[in-house]
Ligand binder design. Structure first.
Ligand code: NAP
Length: 516
């Protein structure tokens, strides 16, 4: 006779789940676990508050570039004040979601998970937490995000710079930059938001651009009272969400937008070029400097309505060169020219291709995820990895591209469905078959061939050159695949009766210390 869920997982009869990260992904997972009747979970978050990327990125001008009514959970509509919400409003939204769905009691804030090790005898993940505590769980959901570990440049002399020098994702609010000479390095989505926000208050702003991005205006504005009143109707709100979704999906359909030579790609490229023409008709020097010379989109496209205008202001100088070095009081460009500055803002991006860079995950055969990947991360649907049972990665390899909150919800739902199958089938380990994962990666790589991502410098490529981060289609296709492919891709096992610590019981370090 099959053991009961209580015998396998302990008295509540539900697996104990560790969720690492309390941003959009971790919160979606918590809500979906609760909706599935699984209350035996803990969300660990190394920051003192929830929010993930919106907790980290408090730089002036931080704002989402997807329509607010789409960039939110399907289960939590909101009275957004802007077409594109700012950081503070997103932070409020996420805090409110945590309270409304009863997640607060499941949170361990300010606790970093250092490592997770799979015990293949007992079918549990043993988590080592900062400070030495250990806890055991039946399943592990990584919701640590994709754009979470900042890239700090290794410019010679940076350590000796006398003024403040900080990353956009670690903004040091104690420094008043008003009236100062400031260098912003990097012109991606963060840099292009920081520059217009700083420009009106600083004395002088140097913007260091290594390679320009393809930019389109975003059309952000406050919603009028009338619009907000209309959107209070659930039906109107749903319609607005579908309208935004349709716009995104239409653009991403068939992945043509990413393929040079297609009409969709050429049309978008021309839109960007015309935007440059219009903005810089009076400044041909800047027009040439901001025009990309690589296939569209090549990098993550930037949506920014105020960046080009800011570059034309008298107190701003665009330096279309990389940074070569830093002196105690200035910054040296690749041509050897030094500019004296009071502060340096590094809008230099994130360590994207080192998934789970700060979480050491040791799988069934004793190897870490990083060793298993050997520099080229990959996962079935971006979620599961052979040799790492009961591990679910949110925003994993090959899933960057579509609207992210929808992707995260699909991934959280996938993990929860897997856990429910474990209960139904009375199994204690679920693992993707290596052949299924290999076929997935082969398929994805064939779909990435011919995209501009493979032809440009960007943060999507591993050091080997392989594009490891991208999903080349819209959300609809991905969601369907996550719904269909779980059961057919996995193998399951049941823990041997003698190898458990009895009736699904897990131990933690406090019990071990007490000698229970
Ligand atoms: P990013 O897109 O990686 O941009 C980093 C910038 O820094 C690039 O311009 C890069 O130049 C430059 N850079 C990096 N290292 C440098 C060095 N050593 N010297 C000189 N320049 C250097 O990072 P991000 O702007 O923080 O954006 C990351 C992602 O976060 C975005 O793509 C987006 O997905 C997300 N994001 C979204 C929003 C939003 O509105 N929703 C806002 C911010 C960020 P190269 O291009 O030459 O490499």
């Amino acid at each position: 006779m099959k053991p009961t869920a209580e015998e396998l997982f302990g008295p509540p009869g539900t697996p104990r789940v560790a969720v690492v990260g309390a941003g959009f992904g971790g919160i979606a997972t918590g809500v979906k676990l609760k909706q599935a009747g699984i209350d035996t979970f803990t969300i660990f978050e190394s920051s003192p508050g929830v929010g993930g990327t919106w907790w980290d990125n408090t730089y002036p001008g931080a704002e989402v570039d997807v329509g607010s009514h789409l960039y939110c959970f399907s289960f939590k509509p909101y009275d957004w004040t802007r077409t594109h919400a700012r950081q503070a409003e997103l932070q409020r939204y996420l805090d409110e979601t945590v309270d409304e769905f009863g997640l607060r009691a499941h949170l361990e804030l300010g606790v970093r998970v250092e490592s997770a090790t799979w015990d293949d005898d007992r079918h549990v993940w043993s988590l080592r937490l900062e400070g030495g505590r250990t806890e055991e769980f039946h399943a592990l959901v990584s919701a640590v995000g994709f754009l979470n570990v900042p890239v700090y440049p290794t410019w010679p002399g940076l350590g000796d710079f006398r003024g403040p020098a900080f990353h956009t994702a670690r903004w040091e609010h104690e420094h008043d930059l008003a009236g100062k000479v400031v260098a912003v390095v990097g012109t991606g989505s963060s840099g292009t938001q920081v520059v217009p926000a700083l420009q009106p208050t600083v004395k002088r702003l140097y913007v260091f651009q290594r390679e320009p991005g393809w930019i389109l205006p975003k059309g952000e504005r406050d919603l009028t009272d009338g619009e907000r009143a209309a959107l209070a109707s659930p039906w109107r709100r749903r319609r607005e969400r579908w309208r935004l979704r349709y716009t995104v999906e239409k653009n991403l359909r068939g992945g043509k937008l990413f393929r040079p030579g297609t009409r969709a790609n050429e049309t978008r490229k021309q839109l960007c070029l015309r935007y440059i023409e219009r903005q810089f008709a009076d400044r041909p020097d800047l027009r040439d400097a901001v025009t990309p010379h690589y296939p569209y989109p090549g990098k993550r496209p930037v949506f920014a309505s105020t960046f080009y205008r800011a570059l034309k202001q008298e107190n701003v100088e665009l330096v279309p060169r990389a940074v070569a070095a830093v002196t105690p009081t200035g910054i040296v460009d690749a041509d050897g020219v030094t500019r004296e500055v009071d502060a340096i803002v590094m809008a230099t991006g994130f360590r994207t291709t080192e998934y789970l860079a700060r979480l050491r995950v040791v799988g069934r055969d004793g190897r870490t995820l990083q060793e298993h990947w050997a520099g080229e991360p990959r996962a079935f649907l971006g979620i599961t990895v052979p040799g790492f049972p009961n591990l679910f990665i949110l925003y994993g390899p090959g899933t960057n591209g579509g609207e992210i909150v929808t992707m995260l919800e699909a991934q959280a739902a996938y993990a929860v469905r897997s856990l429910q199958r474990m209960r139904r089938r009375s199994v204690t380990a679920v693992e993707v078959r290596p052949a299924a994962e290999a076929r997935w990666d082969d398929w994805l790589q064939t779909r990435l061939r011919g995209t501009s991502w493979t032809m440009s410098k960007n943060y999507f490529r591993a050091p080997s050159g392989k594009v490891v981060t991208q999903w080349p289609y819209g959300n609809a296709r991905y969601r369907v695949l996550t719904r269909l492919l779980g059961p057919v891709s996995e193998t399951t096992r049941r823990r041997q009766p003698q190898s458990g610590t009895g009736r699904g019981r897990l131990i933690n370090s406090e019990e071990a210390l007490r000698g229970d």
